[in-house]
Write a protein that binds this ligand. Structure first.
Ligand SMILES: Cc1cc2nc3c(=O)[nH]c(=O)nc-3n(C[C@H](O)[C@H](O)[C@H](O)COP(=O)(O)OP(=O)(O)OC[C@H]3O[C@@H](n4cnc5c(N)ncnc54)[C@H](O)[C@@H]3O)c2cc1C
Ligand code: SF4
Length: 326
């Protein structure tokens, strides 16, 4: 591991100040960052440990007039076990409880989960200097590549999938991410927070140098609002999912309004299946409608050489998640 300077800020303001220079990175639970640094694929010359921040707003879960506020340093265990999250924001509770193992959820935080780096094998191997690390090409796009876990939607020139399942749930729940930075605080809709490689190659979100996520806000659910998250993993109870879906909508008398269908682990960002959403909006959630939504959600898929299996698998994830709402 490369040597680095270590900073323990007392406040968000101090953290932002310490991070406002090239090569400085925030550290939260360290579940992604520390192994990445040990493997020389995440390089920081200044590590700013957010856990020393004493400001109240960055920790814990609070109910407000608007809905729910979750501090970025809240652990995944706290979120998964929170009764209000479980009863009113099921997609988030179901996504959070799927993260890694209990040990990882006890140490890992919401902010770190949303901002974790990609899992692509070539990215995680220091000997492959691929596009995502400023190198000349994407190794995953080769015909003989180990690309079974890479993107089938929205790929190019890089084909990562966004690793955070909480991110898909929060997009489905139309959350807002609050960010602090050198230019002051700003709010970013979850829909706009994650960016495709065509927009930014070296990072997966809109954060600028010096900015951190401080908290996430989700509106109180409307009467009849429901949500669900489902994933498939090769080793259940430990691994990242290889496909999944987060869905939400207001369901009354069997009719769904304002559906959101977000695909997980198939695109470089949590992937809104907008055609599928439009297909079922305002309609009864029948078996036929659910099947049609699954087909529409994957209509634009372009698998790589070894990940065609994700197309039927993800259709099934969408169908099963929507069936839960029905
Ligand atoms: C075996 C294993 C299995 C896992 N399985 C899953 C899984 O199934 N699903 C899943 O989603 N994740 C999974 N993870 C990934 C990840 O470790 C956890 O999701 C965890 O939440 C990361 O949080 P952390 O606080 O430890 O982040 P850290 O490792 O501290 O940070 C991760 C990244 O986020 C940045 N960061 C941290 N906090 C902030 C902030 N507030 N603002 C801006 N940037 C920030 C850091 O600079 C770093 O780049 C797994 C990890 C392991 C080791
Ligand atoms: S998909 Fe992204 S991380 Fe993987 S090899 Fe291609 S550029 Fe690198």
């Amino acid at each position: 591991m490369k040597n680095f300077e270590y900073v323990r800020p007392d406040s968000v303001a101090q953290a932002v100040q310490a991070l406002d220079r090239r090569g400085a990175m925030p550290l939260a639970g360290g579940m992604d960052m520390v192994p990445g640094m040990q493997d020389n694929v995440i390089i920081a010359d200044r590590v700013v440990n957010l856990k020393s921040i004493r400001d109240d707003g960055v920790r814990g879960i609070r109910e407000t007039d608007y809905g729910l506020v979750i501090g970025a340093l809240t652990t995944l265990t706290e979120i998964a076990e929170h009764p209000v999250v479980q009863s009113h924001y099921a997609a988030l509770a179901e996504a959070t409880v799927e993260v890694g193992s209990p040990q990882i959820r006890n140490a890992g935080t919401l902010g770190g989960n949303l901002c974790q780096r990609p899992r692509c094998w070539y990215f995680r191997n220091e000997h492959y200097n691929c596009l995502k690390k400023g190198g000349p090409r994407c190794f995953a796009a080769d015909d003989d590549a180990e690309n079974q876990y890479n993107a089938i939607l929205g790929g190019g020139p890089a084909y990562i999938v966004h690793p955070s399942n909480c991110a898909s749930a929060l997009v489905a729940l139309d959350a807002t991410f609050h960010v602090a930075g050198p230019d002051g605080p700003r709010a970013v809709h979850a829909d706009d927070f994650f960016v495709l490689p065509t927009e930014r190659l070296l990072q997966e979100n809109v954060l600028r140098q010096g900015e951190i996520v401080t908290h996430v806000e989700i509106a109180a659910p409307a009467d009849g609002a429901k949500s669900a998250f489902l994933e498939t993993a090769e080793r259940a109870g430990f691994d990242w999912g290889i496909s999944g879906a987060a869905v939400s909508g207001v369901v009354r008398d069997g009719v769904i309004n304002g559906p959101r269908i977000v695909l997980y682990a198939v695109a470089p960002i949590p992937w809104r299946a907008r055609d599928a959403e439009a297909l079922i909006d305002g309609k009864p959630l029948t078996e036929d409608a659910i099947r049609a939504a699954g087909e529409a959600a994957l209509a634009g898929a372009e698998p790589l050489s070894n990940n065609g299996y994700k197309v039927p698998l993800t259709k099934t994830m969408v169908r099963r998640a929507l069936a839960r709402l029905a």
